[in-house]
Design a protein around this ligand. Structure first.
Ligand code: NAP
Length: 316
């Protein structure tokens, strides 16, 4: 619990603007709650870095990720959602009232209820020189960057559905796709495994991880592989590494107001969106270690808004 000076007194604050945040904003705004939505620095979330989305219902011809997010944003605004273009740095509860204090890059705001919809960020292994390489031959988004690597060898790291999906997608562009996995068995669904393993352009590299990145004029030119069984190291020429080793939920700013699982995903109570703190709700990838789809996040955003609305009614 903290006590602090606040800039405004809100009924409902929504943190995050992916499909979960925007859908929560649409529902809450239509319910007359006039939510204040913090966009964070990546306005529209992960989908703004994708190209075409083919599996969001209602768009038989597909829709571009940025367009879908822009439409959701406009839809929420039409019903009275307000946007603050600030990053939330911490969330706490006021000592005297039990109300939430949302501290951002711009100040502090008070709210009776808060929905966390901050998504998850791609994970990297933490090797030397990694930060500088992102965008220069190291990325976690094949849909965003795959087309830049035509007719050159690339690799994907990971053994899950994301890694397999990325590897399949990259065969449209790259001359060869190495699928580097730390074990000798994929974690991905059987259908996905079959698709990858029968693709002649994809070569699995089992029991291996990346030990080092090497660059030429600031761009990735090759990597050193380390065998996880023998410890042996070997060079591999690739022009881009697509990392697909999971995501870290953006939940740390919420401190001890939420329960998290071992991977940092916010735990919600039962099948709803309530967290362990009354009045605090979580929706989308930040609370979803399993599905992580745009449509499942949007569904969770809807449920969070309805849960928050009921909570606010119960407090009147
Ligand atoms: P994931 O299933 O957690 O797989 C992560 C992979 O990265 C695992 O193979 C893991 O190896 C490996 N890994 C983790 N840390 C590593 C490290 N430090 N170094 C090297 N390798 C590392 O993650 P995901 O593939 O992103 O999928 C997440 C969820 O979304 C899953 O439930 C998945 O089914 C779902 N998803 C579904 C679809 C779809 O249906 N179209 C597409 C994408 C994702 P180990 O196997 O050894 O643990």
């Amino acid at each position: 619990m903290v006590q602090c000076w606040v800039m405004s007194d809100e009924k409902l604050i929504i943190i995050g603007t992916g499909p979960a945040g925007y859908t929560a904003a649409i529902y809450a705004a239509r319910a007359g709650l006039s939510p204040l939505v913090f966009t964070g620095s990546q306005i529209g979330g992960q989908l703004t870095t994708t190209t075409e989305i083919e599996n969001f219902p209602g768009f038989p011809e597909g829709i571009m990720g940025p367009e879908l997010m822009f439409n959701m944003s406009q839809q929420a605004e039409k019903f009275g959602a307000r946007y603050a273009y600030e990053d939330v740095v911490s969330l706490a509860q006021e000592a005297c009232s039990g109300q939430f204090i949302v501290t951002t890059s711009g100040g502090a705001y008070k709210a009776q209820a808060v929905i966390i919809a901050t998504g998850a960020a791609a994970r990297y292994p933490g090797l030397e020189g990694e930060k500088e390489l992102i965008g220069h031959g190291l990325t976690a988004c094949a849909t965003c960057d795959g087309a830049f690597y035509r007719d050159v060898p690339v690799c994907v790291v990971g053994g899950g559905d994301s890694a397999c999906e990325e590897a399949s997608f990259l065969t449209r562009f790259a001359s060869k796709v190495y699928l580097i996995h730390r074990r000798d068995q994929l974690r991905a669904s059987v259908a996905m495994q079959e698709r990858v393993l029968k693709n002649p352009k994809i070569e699995p590299v089992w029991n291996s991880t990346i030990a080092a990145y090497h660059t030429t004029e600031g761009e990735l030119s090759s990597i050193t592989l380390r065998n996880t069984v023998s410890g042996e190291e070997s060079p591999l020429e690739v022009k881009c590494v697509f990392m697909a080793i999971g995501h870290t939920p953006n939940s740390s700013f919420a401190g001890n107001l939420v329960e998290r699982d071992a991977a940092g995903f916010i735990c919600t109570v039962g099948t709803g969106t309530a967290t362990k703190t009354p009045g605090l709700f979580a929706a989308g990838d930040v609370a979803d270690p399993t599905y992580r789809q745009a449509i499942s996040a949007a569904g969770a955003g809807c449920r969070a808004a309805l849960d928050a609305e009921r909570y606010l009614l119960s407090m009147e």
